[in-house]
Design a protein around this ligand. Structure first.
Ligand code: XUL
Ligand code: MN
Length: 345
């Protein structure tokens, strides 16, 4: 293993959510951005993730000049607090223009809106001092197979990525795959799809990936294998650790909440390949349970980080030589129990 990593952590303002779900209203009163920033610092996190409209609220109603001025003001505040911006992501799933998708919409005006907005997002990333734009391709998919032609949608995705890469010669795009929700089927459901489509763009070296544990699980895949796949290509540029109990709605549970062993495997993979040593952050894309009281509002983030750090200790203390001997003897029964007992302490 390389020399021990030190990890740096981040989350986004949306991770301090208020508990609304499709069946009921919020369960906690809203808190403003300043409060969220203060909590992030208090919890000892080093960076914040942003959607473009987290950085510049009501972005669609503002002029380019106003967007630049607000982003600069935010950058001053972040600098004042010693907090970095990890990434900026265009929120292309809220606006009326993107009802049928952004980059893959059947409406050319909607596609243009999505590209223009993504360019603004890149400008904001530049001002906030990050070269990373995350693309969760939320509505780039179908509710029914006949609504769009898949090959044409792939071409449109590549066109959009190319427009972003051309807009700024330094920006890197990290695709965050998710197989479903809000769509029935997404066009880029796995890390394999993300890294493959990168090769159709004008600059594949600047198109990489972000893995979210829950999204891998929703695709029926193992998050640690997905992590190692992206790392093998040098393309794991960000990470959303969380947990998910089977094939249900996207749960964004605290890291390790459902499957501690899978969480351990994910940490082992990160340790093995020195994740973080090239400046990458560990982000927790977790939400409080709807039942969470306001006074316990930060626990899911603090707990995810605590669990992560405990699992780093577990990964470093793992008897790899003992495991290797069992592997050589094909004694996987004993290996299985060894892992369980290691985790049980
Ligand atoms: C959605 C999701 C998003 C992205 C950021 O499932 O994970 O929060 O991480 O746009
Ligand atoms: Mn995410």
């Amino acid at each position: 293993m390389p020399s021990p990593n030190t990890y740096r952590f981040c989350f986004g303002p949306w991770n301090l959510s208020e508990g609304a779900d499709p069946y009921g209203p919020p369960t906690r009163p809203p808190r403003d951005f300043n409060w969220k920033l203060a909590q992030l610092r208090e919890l000892g996190f080093e960076a914040m993730m942003f959607h473009d409209d987290d950085a510049v609220p009501d972005i669609d109603s503002k002029s380019e000049q106003a967007i630049v001025a607000e982003a600069k003001e935010l950058k001053r505040r972040l600098d004042g607090e010693g907090i970095a911006a990890e990434m900026v992501a265009p929120r292309l799933w809220f606006a009326p223009q993107t009802i049928d998708g952004g980059y893959t919409s059947n409406d050319p005006e909607a596609r243009q809106y999505a590209i223009d907005r993504s360019r603004r997002c890149i400008d904001i990333a530049n001002i906030l001092g990050t070269d990373l734009v995350v693309l969760w391709l939320a509505r780039e998919g179908t509710y029914l197979r006949e609504a769009k032609v898949a090959s044409r949608s792939f071409d449109r995705l590549v066109e959009a990525f190319d427009a972003m890469l051309a807009h700024d010669p330094k920006i890197r795009l990290a695709i965050e795959p998710k197989p479903n929700e809000p769509m029935d089927h997404a066009y880029v459901p796995t890390i394999g799809h993300a890294l493959a489509i990168a090769h159709l763009t004008r600059d594949p070296a600047r198109v990489g990936a972000l893995i979210e544990s829950a999204h891998a699980i929703l695709a029926g895949l193992d998050p640690s294998d997905e992590i190692e796949f992206a790392l093998r290509f040098g393309k794991l540029w960000s990470l959303h650790l969380n947990d998910q109990n089977g094939l249900k709605f996207d749960q964004d549970k605290p890291f390790g909440s459902t499957n501690l062993r899978s969480a351990f495997n994910q940490v082992q993979s990160l340790e093995r390949h020195g994740y973080g040593s090239r400046g990458e952050y560990v982000c927790f894309d977790v939400h409080p349970f709807r039942a969470t009281k306001s006074e316990h509002w930060l626990a899911h983030l603090d707990n995810s980080r605590r669990t992560f750090l405990r699992l780093v200790e577990k990964a470093r203390a793992f008897d790899q030589a003992g495991a290797d001997a069992l592997i050589a003897d094909r004694n996987y029964q004993a290996l299985d129990q060894m892992v369980i007992e290691h985790l049980l302490g």
